[in-house]
Design a protein around this ligand. Structure first.
Ligand code: AMP
Length: 183
C-alpha cells in the first residue's frame, strides 16, 4: 500500500516522502480514504501511530481541491487540548502543506496574543487552536468560524477529561451545521 494509492495528490505524497515515510500506517490506511470521501470519521489509536497525518493529509487535499478564497476565511479548524499538542499538530500541517497554496497558523493561551492576531488578520485557511484562546479571540472579533468546512477534535477524549465540553459546545454553535467532523 502506498500513500498515492490511498488517493493523495502528488504534492502531498512528495511532502510525506520528504519526511521519510513510504508506507501508510494502519490508521492512515483506514482513515485517509474515508476522510477524502467527505465522511465524518471517529478514529481511536495510541499515540505514535500516525493519527496526525491520518487527518492532516486528507484535510489538506480537500481544501486544496477548491480554490482558496481571496480573503482566506478559516476553512478548517483543529482543536487540541494543550498548547504542546496544538504546536505539534501545526508543525505537521506546515510540513505537509509545503507544496500547496494553503496557509495555517496555531494559537494558544499563555503567550502574548498580538502576533497570533496579526497572522490571523493576514488570512489563513487552517487554524490549529486550544479552545480558551480561540474563544478569547472570537470575543474580540478577530476571527469568525462561520466558514468552517472541516472540524477536527484532536484527542477529543482528553479535551472532555480536561473540562472543555462547555467551550467546545460554544464553538460548535458558531460553526455551520453542515461540515465534516473528524475526531
Ligand atoms: P502521531 O501518532 O501522529 O503523533 O505520529 C507519531 C510519529 O510517527 C510522528 O513522529 C510522525 O511523524 C510519524 N509518522 C506518521 N506517519 C508515519 C508513517 N506512515 N510512517 C512512518 N512514520 C510516521
Amino acid at each position: 500500500m502506498s500513500f498515492k494509492s490511498l488517493g493523495l495528490s502528488d504534492a502531498l505524497v512528495k511532502a510525506v516522502e520528504q519526511k521519510g515515510y513510504t508506507t501508510p500506517s494502519p490508521i492512515q490506511e483506514k482513515a485517509i480514504p474515508l476522510v477524502l470521501e467527505g465522511k465524518d470519521v471517529l478514529a481511536s489509536a495510541q499515540t505514535g501511530t500516525g493519527k496526525t497525518a491520518g487527518f492532516t493529509l486528507p484535510m489538506l487535499q480537500i481544501l486544496n481541491q477548491s480554490p482558496q478564497k481571496h480573503n482566506r476565511p478559516i476553512r478548517a479548524l483543529v482543536l487540541a487540548p494543550t498548547r504542546e499538542l496544538a504546536a505539534q499538530v501545526h508543525e505537521n500541517v506546515r510540513e505537509y502543506s509545503e507544496f500547496l497554496d494553503i496557509k495555517s497558523t496555531v494559537i494558544f493561551g499563555g503567550v502574548n496574543q498580538n502576533p497570533q492576531v496579526r497572522t490571523i488578520r493576514s488570512g489563513i485557511d487552517i487554524l490549529v487552536a486550544t479552545p480558551g484562546r480561540l474563544l478569547d479571540l472570537i470575543d474580540q472579533k478577530v476571527l469568525t468560524l462561520k466558514n468552517v468546512e472541516i472540524l477536527v477534535l484532536d484527542e477529543a477524549d482528553r479535551m472532555l477529561d480536561m473540562g472543555f465540553l462547555r467551550d467546545i459546545k460554544k464553538l460548535l454553535a458558531m460553526m455551520p451545521t453542515k461540515k465534516q467532523s473528524l475526531l
